[in-house]
Ligand binder design. Structure first.
Ligand code: FPP
Length: 248
């Protein structure tokens, strides 16, 4: 069995840590929020490119659990930016068959944003071209906690026994439940960290780091990341020999 067929060399699920907006702005003598605004175009371009390339899921880290610690003005401008971008883009996303899903702790978000997120999810729920997951107020630790709490509720109600709590059970309660595993994680702006993003989900992901700042991340950069992914040998704990004879 050939493990390098075209289908298997295109990631099904790509996740991106969009970093470097602040540095992009600082280098131009602009306020940080100008960098975040400049980051919207590359989001749109990456969504279009992934849909065109036949990637099934694109997950974007837009705002982390820790980003709440940023200056109040920056947080407030980012929330406004998310609302505006959602209002502006949701119809086009829907027309292009894109399903939108949000992951993260909604209890921290404004009522206005929560209701817009839910409305966008409802509107696009049956679309099949690409699933766009936007992580807002998201942290990998939060994800584990919410999964553990949901499982505890099931156990307390007698619907699950403690023996049912295995890897499959936790996988089914994560924020990304029901979606294919993350094949490729890209992080921009030269940082080599996971920063509390999808901890459970990144167990076997290929990692790609680029120095490009997010506002400058373009089609060629995503193609480079896909190219790098194609050249990786994914063994999932097995040996090269096992992978050659197709023992999987
Ligand atoms: C990290 O760069 C970026 C963010 C915290 C915000 C990401 C938001 C966008 C790209 C805006 C558009 C998003 C959507 C989903 C419409 P940073 O501020 O940490 O950069 P720095 O490390 O250079 O300071």
């Amino acid at each position: 069995m050939n493990h390098r067929t075209e289908a298997s060399t295109l990631p099904r699920h790509v996740a991106i840590i969009m970093d470097g907006n602040g540095r992009w702005a600082r280098r131009r003598g602009l306020p940080r929020h100008a960098g975040h605004r400049a980051g919207v175009g590359p989001v749109r371009a990456a969504v279009e490119q992934c849909a065109r390339r036949g990637i099934e899921v694109l997950t974007l880290f837009a705002f982390s659990s820790e980003n709440w610690k940023r200056p109040r003005d920056e947080v407030s401008k980012l929330m406004t930016l998310f609302l505006e971008a959602l209002d502006r883009e949701v119809d086009a996303l829907h027309e292009n068959g894109i399903r939108v899903r949000f992951i993260g702790d909604r209890s921290q978000l404004s009522h206005a944003l929560v209701s817009r997120l839910a409305a966008a999810e409802r509107l696009t729920a049956d679309n099949e071209a690409l699933t766009l997951v936007v992580a807002v107020s998201y942290g990998g630790h939060w994800d584990m906690v919410q999964a553990a709490r949901a499982i505890a509720v099931e156990v307390a109600a007698g619907r699950l026994s403690p023996d049912d709590v295995d890897e499959q059970c936790i996988t089914a309660h994560r924020a990304l439940a029901g979606l294919p595993p993350v094949d490729l994680l890209i992080r921009t702006a030269g940082e080599w960290r996971i920063s509390n993003f999808l901890l459970w989900d990144l167990a076997y992901s290929e990692l790609h780091f680029t120095d490009r700042l997010w506002p400058e991340f373009g089609e060629a950069d995503l193609e480079l990341a896909l190219e790098a992914y194609r050249s990786r040998r994914r063994r999932f704990g097995r040996t090269d020999e096992q992978m050659k004879v197709g023992e999987c």
